[in-house]
Design a protein around this ligand. Structure first.
Ligand code: PXP
Length: 240
């Protein structure tokens, strides 16, 4: 299992003052040095954290994969086709939300998503669909031409340590089995942290975890190098 680091919140902090610090590209390079297999940036419609220039700079200056998280809009599709990240992850986006709240409704928009995925895959970009771990969404995702799903682990993360943990965990595990049987590769992310991430090892074949908030939060106290190194150890069992 690999670790992808979402560095959106480095940009959130930078934008709080409108200057250039902390430097988002420098953060990406530290993640690379300390074992991340990819960098995720979510270019939101409102550009509240990552900006277009960040995506371009990271794309050109890191050796690991860039995973561009984006909404299903024409604007984002053109940007992806121009910048050519290694992969894109399609997410639902609402202006008012603090973070991505739920998964993409692939089942309810099958034709739209299938048409959206096609030119991206044809351009050599891997496409991942960020979905809730349900049979309906997994089966629909397998029909779109996307190669990956990313299972939304928010409900599991919120339930961790409560009586609902196992129920939420089993939704992830069963969805991963179904997805892999349908030929999809499976990532997971949202809300994962240093305490709850260990159970992801109980899900066979998970490819990559995308983790942001907990790593950037820890980095304030320990430095980004340590925060990435520690999480990378929990995910890959390897240290720098
Ligand atoms: N994966 C997706 C699709 C996301 O939208 C997010 C949050 O931006 C993450 C992973 C990372 O979530 P967190 O910041 O809670 O680790």
């Amino acid at each position: 299992m690999l670790l992808g680091v979402n560095i959106d919140h480095v940009a959130t902090l930078r934008n709080a003052r409108g200057g250039t610090e902390p430097d988002v590209l420098a953060a990406a390079k530290i993640c690379e040095e300390y074992g991340a297999s990819s960098i995720t940036t979510h270019l939101r419609e409102d550009r509240r954290h990552i900006k277009d220039e960040d995506v371009e700079l990271i794309r050109k200056n890191i050796g690991i994969n860039l995973n561009l998280e984006m909404a299903v809009t024409n604007e984002m599709q053109s940007i992806a086709l121009r910048i050519k990240p290694h992969s894109v992850c399609l997410v639902p986006e609402k202006r008012q939300e603090v973070t991505t709240e739920g998964g993409l409704d692939v089942y309810g928009q099958l034709d739209k998503i299938t048409n959206f995925v096609k030119p991206l895959v044809e351009a050599g970009i891997e496409v991942s669909l960020f979905i809730d771990p349900t049979k309906e969404q997994v089966e629909a995702s397998a029909k779109t031409g996307a190669q990956f799903i990313e299972m939304h682990t928010g409900a599991y993360s919120n339930a961790y340590g409560t009586e609902n943990e196992q129920t939420e965990f089993l939704k992830l595990k069963n969805s991963a089995i179904l997805a892999q049987n349908l030929g999809l590769r499976v990532n997971a992310g949202h809300g994962l942290n240093y305490e709850n991430v260990h159970r992801m090892h109980e899900i066979d074949g998970l490819y990559e975890l995308n983790i942001g908030h907990s790593i950037i939060s820890k980095a304030i106290f320990t430095g980004l190098d340590n925060a990435v190194d520690q999480m990378n150890f929990l995910v890959t069992k390897k240290r720098k």
